[in-house]
Design a binder for this molecule. Structure first.
Ligand SMILES: Nc1ncnc2c1ncn2[C@@H]1O[C@H](COP(=O)(O)O)[C@@H](OP(=O)(O)O)[C@H]1O
Ligand SMILES: CCc1ccc(OS(=O)(=O)O)cc1
Length: 285
């Protein structure tokens, strides 16, 4: 289909960097190891923030790694051709990123003890973040207006498909021992406690000064200025010159962009699609 997406198993993927044969091979043949860590999100949920934190936890707060190696190499996306090729022959414990829905994740995950960190975000802010990001990127179809993107998002006609289906899929395995669920909202509200929770989950105890360094070096402002982490290396090919990853970094920005009618429609749809899941899984207003 030439509608700006690469389609695989009914899910639209960005048109650059993705191939059905890589997506198939990743699902069927990619072998997760018990010592791997998988960072799992729906796009625009704070993926790169979580990667930065995990990298800094692994380096005990030392910023040398995050300042010298591009984020896409530190924790490659398993479903992207570039990331898949980096990961498949890599020795030792790997940091792996994915936005895949549960039905497309490498099957080996379910027979491994790999640790999974799943980060969710208020879908209204995910939508808003995606509107600005995809509007200035060559990854996927560019929306002409918020109204247009709102319609696409509700229908799941955006990169990686429906937020509602994606979230329901991953939430179905909540409670598994190697599966940590976090939210962008809690991470913003109490970054220190959540980073401590992450380091404990990964079995990497941090000294107080190491923790302080993780917090400082993964802060919005420091990440925004770090060319290894801010996607500036993607400008020209994947991102327009005004394309920006670290845009506002706040919760509730959707209130500045949704009309009253959109906010009400979103509430109705959220209710319809997610009401049977426990409310505490979604810790936003
Ligand atoms: N250190 C940080 N602190 C807070 N938010 C961050 C952050 N790094 C990235 N983000 C936010 O995460 C979103 C991008 O998500 P992803 O990494 O999944 O693509 C952007 O949201 P906004 O567009 O709302 O600002 C970006 O600003
Ligand atoms: C090429 C790495 C990459 C970057 C961003 C991606 O997803 S999205 O833009 O957040 O949908 C996917 C892969």
């Amino acid at each position: 289909m030439s509608d700006g997406y690469v389609w695989f198993e009914g899910i639209p993927f960005p048109s650059m960097g993705y191939k059905p044969e890589v997506l198939r091979e990743a699902r069927e043949s990619f072998a997760l190891k018990d010592e791997d860590v998988l960072i799992l999100t729906y796009p625009k949920s704070g993926t790169n923030w979580l990667i930065e934190i995990v990298c800094l936890v692994y380096s005990k707060g030392d910023p040398k790694w995050i300042q010298s190696v591009p984020i896409l190499k530190r924790s490659p996306w398993v479903e992207v051709e570039y990331g898949y090729n980096l990961l498949k022959d890599k020795e030792g414990p790997r940091l792996i990123t994915s936005h895949l829905p549960i039905q497309l994740i490498p099957k080996s995950l379910f027979n491994s003890k790999a640790k999974v960190i799943y980060l969710i975000r208020n879908p209204r802010d995910v939508l808003t973040s995606g509107y600005f990001f995809f509007g200035a990127s060559a990854f996927a179809k560019k929306p002409q207006s918020m109204e247009e993107y709102f319609g696409w998002f509700i229908k799941g006609n955006v990169p990686y498909g429906s937020w509602f289906d994606h979230t329901r899929g991953w939430m179905s395995i909540r409670g598994k021992e190697n599966f940590l669920i976090l939210s962008y909202e809690e991470l913003k509200r109490d970054t220190r406690s959540i980073v401590e929770m992450i380091s404990q989950f990964l079995g990497k105890k941090l000294e107080p000064e190491e923790l302080n360094s993780v917090l400082k070096n993964s802060s919005f402002q420091v990440m925004k200025e770090n060319n290894m982490s801010n996607f500036s290396l993607l400008r020209g090919q994947f991102l327009d010159k005004n394309g920006i990853l670290l845009r506002k970094g706040i919760t509730g920005d959707w209130k500045n962009h949704f009309t009253v009618a959109q906010a009400e429609a979103f509430d109705r749809i959220f209710q319809e699609k997610m009401a049977d899941l426990p409310r505490e899984l979604f810790p936003w207003e």
